[in-house]
Design a protein around this ligand. Sequence first.
Ligand SMILES: *[C@@H]1O[C@H](CO)[C@@H](O)[C@H](O)[C@H]1NC(C)=O
Ligand SMILES: *[C@@H]1O[C@H](CO)[C@@H](O)[C@H](O)[C@H]1NC(C)=O
Ligand SMILES: *[C@@H]1O[C@H](CO)[C@@H](O)[C@H](O)[C@H]1NC(C)=O
Ligand SMILES: *[C@@H]1O[C@H](CO)[C@@H](O)[C@H](O)[C@H]1NC(C)=O
Ligand SMILES: *[C@@H]1O[C@H](CO)[C@@H](O)[C@H](O)[C@H]1NC(C)=O
Ligand SMILES: *[C@@H]1O[C@H](CO)[C@@H](O)[C@H](O)[C@H]1NC(C)=O
Ligand SMILES: *[C@@H]1O[C@H](CO)[C@@H](O)[C@H](O)[C@H]1NC(C)=O
Length: 815
Amino acid sequence: MMSRRIHGMCLLVLATFLSCIALSAGDHRSVLWRGGSIAVEDAAENVLVSPSGNFSCGFYKVATNAYTFAVWFTASADATVAWTANRDSPVNGVGSRAELRRDGSLVLQDYDGRVVWSTNTSGTPADRAQLLDTGNLVVADAAGNRLWQSFDWPTDTLLAGQPVTRYKQLVSASARGLPYSGYYKFYFDSSNILNLMYDGPEISSNYWPSPFNKWWDNNRTAYNSSRYGSFDRRGVFTASDQLQFNASDMGDEGVMRRLTLDYDGNLRLYSLDAAAGRWHVTWVAVGRQCYVHGLCGSNGICSFRPGPTCSCPVGYVPNDASDWSKGCRRSPDVRCGGDDVVDFVEMPHTDFWGFDVNYTAGVTFDACRRLCLDDCNCKAFGYRPGTGRCYPKIALWNGRIPIKPDQTIYLKVARSVKNQMINQSSSFLHFDGHACTVDERDASVGSSYLHGRSNEINFIYFYSFLAVVFVVEAIFVVVGYLFVFRADPVAAGRVRDDGYSLVFSHFRRFTYDELSDATCGFRDEIAKGGTGSVYKGVLEDGRSIAVKRLGELTQADEVFRSELSVIGRINHMNLVRIWGFCSEHPHRLLVSEFVENGSLDKALFCDDGESSGVVVLPWRSRYKIAVGVAKALAYLHHECLEWIVHCDVKPENILLDGDFEPKVTDFGLVKLLSRDAGSHMALSRVQGTRGYIAPECWTVGRPITGKADVYSFGVVLLELLRGQRVCDWVAAADGAWDLQRLAAWLKEKLKRDDDEEEVSTWLEELVDARLRGDFNHVQAAAMLELAVCCVDGEPNRRPSMNAVAQKLISLHDTR
Ligand SMILES: *[C@@H]1O[C@H](CO)[C@@H](O)[C@H](O)[C@H]1NC(C)=O
Ligand SMILES: *[C@@H]1O[C@H](CO)[C@@H](O)[C@H](O)[C@H]1NC(C)=O
Ligand SMILES: *[C@@H]1O[C@H](CO)[C@@H](O)[C@H](O)[C@H]1NC(C)=O
Ligand SMILES: *[C@@H]1O[C@H](CO)[C@@H](O)[C@H](O)[C@H]1NC(C)=O
Ligand SMILES: *[C@@H]1O[C@H](CO)[C@@H](O)[C@H](O)[C@H]1NC(C)=O
Ligand SMILES: *[C@@H]1O[C@H](CO)[C@@H](O)[C@H](O)[C@H]1NC(C)=O
Ligand SMILES: *[C@@H]1O[C@H](CO)[C@@H](O)[C@H](O)[C@H]1NC(C)=O
């Protein structure tokens, strides 16, 4: 019994093993031939793999629906990226592709066909794109001559054999796990020296090698202008400026290495532990992370506690507690005045590197203090008692503590701050509850990376062997399982999901506090509907926003976010742009653009138009609104990446911008709000006004399709014509009427179109009297005809939204 089961298991393992071989042989290629392409869909399978399998190239997920085309280390656990083609412009997760075109260029195109990146090799006899064992992606001709190679376009990482040169520099990423270019550079400066530089929006400065020293004190040379540096497979880096360093595991050629300019501004050499998939730092440029410039922004101070941490000095507050590179600002902002207004706070063991106004030696402390006191631009001064060195500072950057050689900074602050400090005997660093650690990946500099080949080695081999056997077994079983059960290939492959921190261009996650601030505590309510209240707000970057507080949502956070990721990538000029969301229990908020002219119902149904001086919506605008809304719905129904029924089309959900261009809002909400309840329940919860809901939605058991929106749109068309709510219209006509009877009556009227005169007068009676006959008869007649078809009780007889939009567009320019 037992042995049979074991046999069975062995067979299963063998089968999965064989299927793995078949899978890898069938799927993985290292060459993309001319005319071939790689699609973003099934990104985990659509990859080029170098012949030895050490590198992979394909689409790399940076966030929901945002992908880059990249080369990564196959064996590293988090699929560390070595090179990125389009680091600053990720492409869409659906429909994007990388293609070696017949004209010879390798291009990356977005879902809409736009070329996002190209090797610019069109017109060459390029025959293939190939991923080499070195991690170099090359475009070559039939004879093997390289026409283009990724080694010539480094991003933030050098691989063994890949040089940094006069023209090629490394640029850090902007944050952990994000591909975007950051502010740090590794490059040859104009005097042929390899440098690390912070090149921020306000300042730029070099911090490695030590900027205090002359180049000869740093053991470099400025006389070799060939400007070339690289490391070899043994882990030895050499450069033309005589920079030379070795990996701590130097000599081991079987190890894969990378030299990466990390997002925290430090340059590190890493070795891959292939069995565990983890990286070890084997060399680091800046031993003390706080010596990297720009980390804590202007006026910020970096300290070790025990990791690098940013804080503001006393009298200063953070500009943005979530992004310390934005630094601190003075509060209160007192710049000068006599001794009764300002004073100096002593900050021992501190330095703010750079930005000295001038440098004077042999002055007394009081003279130095007076120099800074009298100069409104002076923010602080440094003083060394022994030598009488005095250096007033015009700006405070690159602050760090503690430093060597020791020195003291005297910071100019308002006297009130100083008094408070003395009374509370508080520290000169002002943490304000905001102190946060500068994230550092393998910060274990110094001792930890130096371990290695010692007498533990036998055990290490022994356990490694066991571990490898176990890992290999586990991989076979897992891969076999995935293969057999056809699990989601993306989930099986390497996926990195940064919590939707970025989805395509602007879509992002907001914190509740951020939105509370932006809306002044949700004070300015601009609308209230069945799905929640809407508040006006302004983001820190000046964008006006509308924040919708979603009512009772029962579904899980992941579901909410995955629905949002669909909504977030919808982009159409007649749909309100969704900029982000907030999901912090119990709050669920949706952030969208603010549309200035309010909703259509306010513009259309204001009865007291004449008395209050509000201008009646003119015919041109009404027609434009009809066309715009039709386009938006057609887009949602037919063109959108994911098919969406709005389910709540009504004037309240049609917003008007400055030019009375309509923007439909609340699309996709029905999906957000339904899920567990089923669409009928959801619909009745979502519905604002009865009059707009298609009849089939009231009957349980009938499927709800896009035709429900067509019905609602028909009602809106009638209201645009009439300038009155259809329910009021029906009620006024005759108590017993309903919309169906009104539609039938209108249909009858339209049929008798032989007498143009008669139809014309009849139309004038029907169309909004406030227009005083100033409307386009052809357009009005067409709108009416469409409206009557749209509100047909039988969904199948209603036209599609595409047909409606086309009809309206065809008459748009009729005068
Ligand atoms: C291709 O050419 C464009 C436009 O000149 C340039 O921006 C881009 O960097 C080039 N790409 C490569 C990989 O050479
Ligand atoms: C330069 O080399 C000398 C001799 O090897 C060494 O003592 C010194 O620390 C080096 N200087 C720097 C800045 O690395
Ligand atoms: C300059 O540097 C290059 C590359 O490191 C080296 O091959 C060359 O010999 C150097 N030239 C001189 C004059 O030192
Ligand atoms: C690196 O190793 C080489 C030997 O390959 C040695 O000559 C050199 O001095 C070492 N450099 C440093 C900085 O340790
Ligand atoms: C691929 O990686 C393995 C393990 O790290 C290493 O032994 C092998 O030399 C690498 N192959 C190449 C071509 O670099
Ligand atoms: C330094 O600058 C201060 C203020 O700008 C000025 O008063 C002083 O004379 C300067 N000292 C030197 C030595 O230039
Ligand atoms: C601090 O104490 C001084 C007297 O020692 C007093 O004048 C000042 O108002 C106090 N400041 C605060 C903020 O309490």
